[in-house]
Design a protein around this ligand. Structure first.
Ligand code: PAF
Length: 285
């Protein structure tokens, strides 16, 4: 337990002043962008930040522009005080928690759109989502001016979209992906797991099991089309109400692979709905 309260800044100016001070002292800075409702997965990002930098800044901003009107923006869990305590306990150095008005000043009119990698999968299932993510992440990266930025591999498509954007816009930051933090049955840690009832929680574990089975089959040379169909069927049989996708894609640009066996680096990605929780997960082949 760390008794020292975590310094919190609310404005771009305060954030930049602190980062500039660290930089002037020759220190490297890492940024871990989050939407709060922190869990062990987020804390692992902060720890990875410490392995790559001298100071770690976490941001908490529930970004309205990446939620569609029917999605869970209002219901998204928020507890800044609890989040700040958890961040202090893992040695985070600064929390940046801007208001919506600070992030999107009146008259805000710019959107960053990444084509290609943002279009399939969640790009189709959640129209507009990645434009919201790219825009806010571009802003966070430019606001913080950190040396390193860390994102979880659980949101694998998001990570690839951000990598593309940073390369295309020459944003001077190194993007690192952190391995997915999992519960005992393999369920990926997610703030949205809080929506699951006990019964739904049992079903949710099957997402990881279906991905693991798909990876095994693909490694054995089974055709992509068969493995994708079997994955979808397994999730429906397990009790998921809706399967948005269960697809095998190229690891970097998320281009379609198959219908035959996989050659080259690939990733299996899935999204499915159980109760109020839309869960996503992925696994390297
Ligand atoms: O992964 C998230 O929590 C969010 O999409 C991010 C990267 C903080 C942007 O709002």
């Amino acid at each position: 337990m760390n008794d020292t309260p975590l310094p919190i800044v609310r404005t771009v100016a305060e954030l930049r002043a602190q980062v500039a001070e660290w930089r002037a002292a020759g220190l490297r800075v890492a940024l871990t962008p989050t939407m709060g409702a922190l869990h062990e997965g987020h804390l692992s990002l902060v720890r990875l930040g410490h392995a790559h930098a001298d100071r770690v800044v976490a941001s908490i901003f529930v970004n309205p522009t990446q939620f569609a009107p029917h999605e869970d923006f209002d219901a998204y869990p928020r507890d800044l005080a609890a989040d700040a305590r958890m961040l202090a306990d893992v040695g985070c150095d600064l929390l940046y928690a801007p208001s919506v008005a600070e992030m999107y000043a009146p008259g805000f009119a710019t959107t960053v759109t990444v084509t290609g990698v943002s279009e399939p999968l969640d790009g189709q299932a959640r129209p507009g989502h990645f434009a919201g993510v790219s825009t806010v992440v571009a802003k966070l990266l430019l606001q913080a001016g950190a040396d390193v930025a860390i994102f979880g591999e659980k949101d694998y498509q998001q990570l690839q979209v951000i990598r593309r954007m940073v390369a295309d816009l020459d944003i001077p930051v190194t993007v690192l992906g952190a391995p997915t933090s999992r519960l005992q049955d393999g369920l990926a840690r997610s703030s949205r797991n809080a929506y699951l009832s006990d019964a739904e929680r049992q079903v949710a574990g099957q997402l990881n099991a279906a991905l693991a089975k798909a990876v095994k089959r693909l490694q054995a040379g089974d055709p992509v089309a068969e493995v994708e169909a079997a994955g979808k069927a397994a999730l429906t049989a397990a009790g998921f109400q809706r399967v948005d996708y269960f697809e095998v894609r190229g690891a970097e640009d998320l281009s379609r692979l198959g219908p035959g066996p996989v050659s080259g680096p690939g990733r299996v990605l899935a999204a499915a709905l159980i109760g109020r929780a839309r869960l996503i997960d992925n696994m390297a082949i």
